[in-house]
Design a protein around this ligand. Structure first.
Ligand SMILES: [Zn+2]
Length: 584
């Protein structure tokens, strides 16, 4: 970091012809004319360490007919740089100054263009919706209820309230979320009060076509907005509204759309109708029924609109949505390509298996139709395990697999299907392969791995099965994994005439020096940090995910935690012609 960064930045601004102002101490006025439109900005508060970009406050902006206001956020601040994709380099303050001006100019070009500003507005719609308040959404496409709940912060024990949109109190998602969030749930029966709709077009038409002010501030304007989405949209919305209005006069309309980048967005409005809306809705339902009987034409849209006129609405507010729907939370990081619907067996719930399981769950294991996570381990959790296990002292004395299931259920806010199996023998192994799509062997026991491999190659399962062995090797200095889908070498092919096919130490002497620490009679223990297990869990899961997407990715992989371990090229190794497991 150079000492005179800020001074150089200021000099660079002057060199660019940007005039300093007398107040604030470090501030520049930037006037710019873009296509005949005059803008003025105050560039101020440059950060000495360049941890954040300077602030740009809008002093003057033109009103441009037919162009929507974009890129100006709260406090009249210009949003001119994406800090996720660009950083101001303290070593090059001159470049930072010219980039600042360059980004402002680029932003203005987008702001004055009718098409670009329209695109930006719709793409970053959430930023311009300006909600009065926010609600959590945990029902992806089956939202029925909105309600407020009291909860206590686990940190301060302070009580607060939050709003939740869900699909029903009986749903697994509701139970899991409210348990995690420690909601106080009363006995009252919730009333269906949410109308959910999807729009196909961008949420807002070009500004020139709009007959109301932004942001939408009244029911009347909301109906005008809905009309711009097409007559069928308004008709569907009001029909759904009429049904919900039979029971509730406090109605939330939740709207979803997918932007140009393929991201799903949500926004909502909440309208509190007069209580007699229920009487009107009942009359409407009867009219609809008799129209059906008499085979009359559909009622006119104008009639339905007038039924829910602005006079019927007591209050109106915009809601922002925090999407906590499990499908969104899981799919966001895998772009939808998650583990849902797969039957996955995890054999071994030790240090490696624990970290594997906790990651699998966040990737959607055990969710979706037919999705299942099977855990198997016959060991009890002991105090000495805690230094490198995902489980804590809460679970000492319990079976690791039972404890892990409990821990996993507590770690996410969605339900999943998790089965517990006893420790694996040949018979269980056979059943496992006929049941699962994917089996992970994280036991680190050579005879067991060979037995599993033998079962895989000798049985004739009706579907494609993938077996992944993962183990800590080289006395805790390396992790290896091998994916076996019966199309290349097996775990038994890793040793030739009793020797490692791919050496695990650079010097053979190392193999003799690095001895496990003997603990007690018949029990030895190899010290290595939990970080090695974490790296191993990553290696195994990345191999699994790669293979889901591309069957040609390397099946044998290694992570080395120490330089005493030689490099092992990631590869798909050929089976040995003499292998007694995969070449009978
Ligand atoms: Zn083999």
């Amino acid at each position: 970091m150079t000492d005179n960064t800020l001074a150089r930045f200021c000099q660079a601004m002057k060199d660019l012809g940007i005039e300093p102002v007398s107040k604030p101490a470090i501030g520049y006025r930037y006037d710019v004319n873009e296509a005949g439109h005059e803008f003025s900005f105050l560039i101020h508060e440059p950060d000495e360490s360049f941890l954040r970009p300077p602030k740009v406050t809008v002093l003057r902006k033109p009103h441009i007919e037919g162009v929507r206001r974009t890129h100006i956020v709260e406090g009249n601040t210009l949003c001119f740089v994406d800090e996720n994709n660009y950083y101001f380099d303290a070593e090059h303050p001159e470049k930072a100054a010219s980039d600042t001006i360059g980004f402002i100019n680029m932003t203005i070009k987008r702001m004055v263009s009718p098409t670009l500003s329209h695109d930006d507005f719709n793409n970053e719609f959430d930023a311009y919706w300006r909600p009065h308040q926010y609600a959590y959404l945990i029902a992806a496409d089956n939202a029925k209820y909105i309600d407020r709940y009291r909860r206590r912060s686990p940190l301060s024990s302070a009580e607060s309230e939050e709003t939740l949109i869900h699909e029903g109190r009986e749903s697994g998602a509701f139970k899991a979320w409210t348990f995690k969030r420690a909601y106080q749930i009363d006995e009252h029966e919730p009333i269906e009060n949410v109308v959910q709709l999807t729009i196909r077009n961008p949420p807002v038409p070009p500004a020139a076509d709009i007959l109301y002010k932004w942001p939408i501030a009244s029911w009347e304007n909301f109906v005008l907005w809905s009309k711009a989405q097409g007559n069928s949209f308004v008709a569907t919305m009001l029909e759904k509204l009429a049904k919900v209005a039979l029971r509730s006069h406090d109605i939330t309309i939740l709207i979803s759309y997918t932007n140009k980048s393929g991201l799903m967005h949500h926004f909502a409005v909440r309208a509190l109708f007069k209580r007699n809306i229920r009487t009107i809705a009942k009359r409407d339902a009867r009219a609809r029924e008799s129209a059906k009987k008499n085979r009359q034409n559909k009622r006119k849209l104008a009639d339905i609109i007038s039924m829910f006129s602005a006079q019927q609405v007591k209050s109106f507010e915009r809601l922002g949505i925090f999407n906590a729907s499990p499908s969104f939370v899981i799919g966001r990081n895998t772009l939808g390509d998650d583990l849902k619907g797969l039957k996955i067996g995890l054999i071994g719930c030790g240090t490696l298996g624990g970290y594997i399981a906790s990651t699998l769950i966040k990737l959607g294991a055990g969710t979706g139709e037919g999705g299942e996570l099977i855990l198997s381990d016959g060991d009890l959790l002991k105090p000495e395990n805690l230094g490198r296990h995902v489980l804590d002292a809460n679970y000492i004395g319990e079976f690791k697999s039972f404890a892990l299931k409990h821990f996993l259920q507590n770690s996410v806010h969605w339900p999943f299907n998790c089965e517990l199996w006893p420790s694996i023998d040949a018979a269980h192994c056979k059943r496992l392969f006929s049941h699962c799509d994917l089996v992970i062997d994280a036991v680190g026991n050579i005879p067991l791995s060979k037995m599993m491999s033998l079962q895989l190659h000798r049985s004739e399962p009706s579907k494609d099965i993938t077996l992944i062995h993962g183990w800590i090797d080289a006395d805790g200095n390396a992790v290896r994994c091998l994916l076996d889908d019966r199309k290349a070498g097996c775990i038994n092919c890793l040793r030739v005439e009793g020797k490692e096919r791919f050496p695990i130490f650079k010097n053979e002497n190392d193999a003799n020096e690095h001895k496990p620490v003997a603990m007690s009679c018949g029990q030895s223990f190899t010290p290595y940090a939990a970080s090695v297990s974490l790296a191993g869990a990553s290696l195994i899961i990345n191999t699994l995910l790669d293979n889901l997407h591309d069957k040609n990715t390397p099946r044998l992989r290694q992570y080395k935690a120490n330089n005493c371990v030689p490099e092992l090229k990631w590869q798909t190794m050929k089976g040995l012609s003499t292998c007694k497991v995969c070449k009978p």
